[in-house]
Design a binder for this molecule. Structure first.
Ligand SMILES: *Cc1c(COP(=O)(O)O)cnc(C)c1O
Length: 229
């Protein structure tokens, strides 16, 4: 069985190859190690091996881990956020990838202001159209970006998507292309306080394709930590 450090090395190699293939600089792609269900020991092993960004999908689970892991890592909330958890979330996470409503954006902003900070957020987009997926509809994303652009306490930094749940990464590519085009469209609107620097897309099964389509943040769990129990 390979170790976390060996698996991480392999992930970096694959990231570099995908960058090479698409004439991108590896420095423009950050790996977020998604540590949901993993123990503090495993997360520490990943940090020791060089991980600097960690992702969790549940606030409560993250709460049990964040203070126990080295404090020079950044934490990303990649899962859905309920408004009543926003206060805890802004205190813990450096970036929230899952804003999909004005109400949630306002709550994150309000709690951030109370803490005297600004929270970086991404708008989560449902690029697959599946009812089961969180995220704002593609057609409504530009409008949401506009509506939340002036909210104090948040800084919109880009878009996030999970993409279609399909085994062949080539079948997920259209989801990633959709997100990139949407990013370009919103960027050209030059909304005050909104930057579209980040595209959070790509997971273990499809991160190479996501990088080819412009991902700046790839969220990788299984390929780093092994299968979740
Ligand atoms: C779990 C999860 C990931 C990582 O998934 P893997 O397939 O294990 O790489 C990425 N993004 C989100 C939103 C997740 O919930």
């Amino acid at each position: 069985m390979s170790t976390i450090s060996e698996r991480l090395e392999r992930v970096y190699e694959r990231v570099n190859l995908a960058c090479e293939k698409s004439s991108r600089s590896p420095g423009d792609v950050s790996v977020i190690a998604v540590s949901k269900t993993q123990s503090v020991e495993e997360i520490r092993a990943a940090v020791d091996a060089g991980v600097t960004c960690l992702g969790e999908n549940r606030v409560q689970e993250a709460e049990e881990k964040v203070s126990l892991v080295a404090d020079d890592v950044s934490w990303h909330l990649v899962g859905h956020l309920q408004r009543n958890k926003a206060k805890v979330a802004v205190a813990m996470f450096d970036m929230i990838h899952s804003v999909d409503s004005i109400r949630l954006a306002k709550e994150i902003g309000k709690r951030s202001v109370q803490n005297g900070e600004t929270t970086r957020v991404l708008i989560q987009v449902n690029t697959s159209g599946a009812d089961s997926q969180f995220g704002v509809e593609v057609e409504e994303t530009a409008e949401l970006a506009d509506a939340i652009s002036g909210i104090e306490g948040i800084q919109v930094r880009g878009l996030m998507t999970i993409g279609a749940f399909l085994p062949d990464p080539e079948e997920v590519r259209p989801s990633f292309i959709r997100l990139r085009k949407l990013r370009d469209k919103i960027e050209s609107a030059n909304l005050p306080g909104v930057s579209m620097d980040e595209l959070s897309m790509g997971m273990t099964g499809d991160f190479e394709v996501a990088i080819e389509e412009g991902a700046t943040l790839v969220r990788i769990g299984t390929a780093i930590f092994g299968p979740r129990s």
